[in-house]
Write a protein that binds this ligand. Structure first.
Ligand SMILES: Cc1cc2nc3c(=O)[nH]c(=O)nc-3n(C[C@H](O)[C@H](O)[C@H](O)COP(=O)(O)OP(=O)(O)OC[C@H]3O[C@@H](n4cnc5c(N)ncnc54)[C@H](O)[C@@H]3O)c2cc1C
Length: 428
């Protein structure tokens, strides 16, 4: 409990069971489970999976209710596109607590909807999630969630900071965006392609693109080679591509994920959705911040994550996850351990983000290029007029047009505002 505003901490870690619930014909996942526990239980039990994130220690309590995305999202959508229901303990106007099971087809549909991207800590204590893909029918559990890929083909593309020029940097990132803009259709041969571009500051050796593709896709090897060639096109000197070959799904998932951290570090996250690749001016800003020897910190990473595809086939109001026409997410992250460095690192990250979105008030507005941000990367600066000079409220950046509906659901299900934090949904 590292924040003085926190009044109550509920340990949900014992609510970690993953089982098939015949009554609801859905997978029941305890809200205290971690993604690592969920992936293993679903895969070894039924050969299925959910398109969740690439950090095995992340808890589903916040991850699912905030939307949830990961390596399989371009092919299978957001996690909440597979959320059938939620069991949540709510508190009524008299202060009495009771459990409710809200599903996408019962009388509590509004409460279910609020958990499809509204974010944790808003409506009640979630005790479990019920997972079944929208539109899935029958009673065979193996057909009610996405089938896990058998093998994943993977590769790495490596850039050496010592040889990367500014022009080569900009061209590499441009190639990344161009490729995903051209291959952003659900059902295309590339819809299982996932390749986060991880760019740490230039005091490190270099940066890399870590790619995976379902090995059972026809011509998978050819497709992967063509992708790596497209990324390197016009980049001088060319980055090095290493083909890793095909490996079993769980092997690659564990190998490519961030393991659970046991030593908590201090860190800061900022993020944004992209409808289109950044402009050359923005790519220049990214290069400047990552390479400036006077300003760059030790342990900061700029991450571009492919997104869209199947996610974009769902209407923005069908779930509370509003962003349904994007191509990527950007995440910047800085990690440090000495509290005396808090101000220095916060300042660098804030200025980087402000300058990246310099033409839109320091934030990713919903416009031709950007689409706000993701509530699972909550960022108080978006609520601070010193850093968000756009005049657009932080709630709009996260929830777009879905915010008023979330507010009405909040008023109905948490009339006493029992569940609140510094970025929670407020009553209308
Ligand atoms: C290293 C790292 C990698 C990440 N990678 C990804 C990624 O690939 N994809 C992605 O989508 N996201 C990713 N995230 C973001 C992640 O989805 C969010 O941090 C998410 O909120 C984590 O949920 P949690 O339950 O672990 O966290 P917590 O901090 O415990 O919870 C987050 C919020 O949800 C609330 N909450 C938690 N449990 C419950 C519950 N049972 N009932 C009601 N409210 C609850 C909390 O009160 C809090 O407000 C990553 C985060 C980290 C730290």
């Amino acid at each position: 409990m590292d924040n003085p505003d926190v009044k109550v901490l509920l340990d949900m870690s014992q609510f970690a069971e993953v089982e098939f619930d015949e009554r609801y014909c859905a997978f029941s996942i305890g809200a205290g489970a971690t993604l690592g526990q969920v992936y293993e239980a679903l895969f070894y039990g039924w050969g299925v999976t959910v398109p969740g994130g690439g950090c095995l220690g992340v808890g589903v309590g916040g991850h699912f209710s905030g939307g949830g995305y990961g390596p399989l999202s371009r092919q299978h959508g957001s996690v909440v596109d597979h959320l059938y229901g939620v069991e949540v303990v709510v508190v009524n106007a008299e202060g009495k607590a009771r459990p409710v099971v809200a599903t996408r087809d019962n009388q509590y549909k509004d409460l279910w909807w609020a958990h499809t991207g509204g974010g944790g800590g808003n409506f009640g204590v979630i005790t479990r999630y019920l997972m079944r893909t929208a539109g899935a029918t029958g009673s065979d559990p193996a057909k009610l969630l996405p089938k896990a890929p058998g093998q994943l083909l993977s590769s790495l593309v490596l850039w050496d900071w010592k040889t990367v020029t500014k022009a080569g940097f900009i061209r590499s990132l441009r190639n990344f965006f161009t490729f995903y803009e051209r291959h952003n259709t659900a059902g295309s041969p590339y819809d299982s392609l996932y390749s986060p571009l991880l760019v740490p500051v230039s005091s490190t050796d270099g940066f890399l693109l870590s790619t995976q593709l379902d090995a059972s896709v026809p011509d998978a090897e050819k497709l992967l080679k063509a992708f790596n060639a497209a990324i390197a096109e016009g980049v001088d000197p060319a980055p090095t591509a290493i083909e890793v070959g095909a490996r079993p799904f769980m092997h690659t998932t564990i190998e490519r994920s961030i393991p659970e951290l046991v030593t908590p570090e201090r860190n800061l996250w900022k993020a944004g959705y992209l409808r289109k690749g950044y402009t050359d001016a923005q790519l220049g800003t990214i290069h400047k911040y990552l390479t400036d020897p006077a300003g760059r910190p030790q342990n900061a990473t700029f991450l571009l994550v492919p997104y869209g595809g199947k996610v974009n086939t769902v209407r923005p109001d069908a779930t509370a996850t509003f962003q349904r026409d994007t191509v990527a997410k950007m995440v910047m992250n800085i990690v440090w351990s000495d509290p005396a460095e808090d101000a220095k690192h916060a300042d660098w990250t804030r200025k980087f983000y402000r300058d990246l979105y310099a033409t839109t008030g320091g934030v990713p507005l919903h416009d031709e290029y950007n689409a706000g941000s993701y509530i699972n990367y909550p960022d108080l600066d978006l609520a601070d007029p010193a850093w968000n000079t756009s005049g657009v409220p932080w709630q709009t950046l996260y929830y777009g047009d879905n915010y008023p509906r979330l507010q009405r659901i909040k008023a109905k299900w948490d009339p006493r505002n029992v569940f609140h934090h510094s970025m929670s949904i407020t009553k209308p």
